[in-house]
Design a protein around this ligand. Structure first.
Ligand SMILES: C[S@@+](CC[C@H](N)C(=O)[O-])C[C@H]1O[C@@H](n2cnc3c(N)ncnc32)[C@H](O)[C@@H]1O
Length: 202
């Protein structure tokens, strides 16, 4: 997870449910504000935080039911914001084959519009010098590189794309897509995740 910083960085996990990444970040020492628009999903984050060893790491996760498209926190508050966005989920088909029948051809474009709006809202919450991390568990370019390009089109003067491959400790990366990284189940033995890391410069 390339959102490390100095001591106890303050991180917003904007689309947090069920909480895998929030709890991981807390275990790495971050203070995490975890939001999800669905109360049931937010509850899952709270439950996962409670289960962290001895409760000590869990105390660093603060869960809020909130719409990340309409943030109610001060601009520039966070050292880093993670947008692990709702997506077509094609990268988890080996674990959830039923998704095949729950998707239609219009889904990537429809979801890309939501993903781009989430990133636009999220960049405002990152302090200058902080990082915005975008991830999805899918691979259509409209939902991956395309979403990052949409953010650059509206905020390119305030955002610099970092080399996610280097941040993820990979080199000579055949999965490198633009400056983001596309992981593939057959090549990487993981879910088909896409990750892009952006630094807010101003
Ligand atoms: C891919 S899942 C996140 C998985 C999570 N990061 C983890 O690692 O456990 C996307 C989440 O985004 C939430 N979501 C969708 N639209 C949202 C919005 N506008 N604001 C906040 N959360 C949203 C969904 O309810 C869902 O729980």
């Amino acid at each position: 997870m390339p959102v490390s910083a100095g001591s106890a960085p303050l991180i917003l996990d904007a689309c947090a449910g069920p909480g895998g990444k929030s709890t991981h970040l807390a275990q790495l020492g971050a203070r995490v504000v975890a939001t999800d628009i669905r109360p049931g999903r937010a509850r899952m984050v709270a439950d996962a935080a409670q289960q962290l060893a001895a409760g000590a790491d869990g105390d660093r996760v603060h869960v809020v039911v909130a719409d990340a498209l309409r943030p109610a926190v001060a601009a520039g508050l966070f050292d880093a914001v993670l947008v692990d966005a709702p997506c077509t989920g094609l990268g988890v088909l080996r674990r959830r084959p039923e998704l095949r029948w729950r998707r239609d051809a219009a889904d990537p474009d429809r979801l890309a519009t939501v993903q781009a709006a989430l990133l636009e809202a999220a960049i405002e919450l990152v302090r200058p010098g902080g990082r915005l991390v975008y991830s999805v568990c899918t691979w259509p370019e409209v939902e991956t590189v395309g979403v990052v390009q949409r953010l650059i089109a509206v905020a390119g003067d305030r955002v610099q794309v970092e080399d996610a491959a280097i941040l993820l400790g990979r080199s000579g990366d055949e999965g490198s897509l633009g400056a983001g990284v596309q992981l593939a189940p057959d090549r990487d033995d993981t879910d088909g995740m896409y990750v892009s890391v952006l630094r807010r410069t101003a």
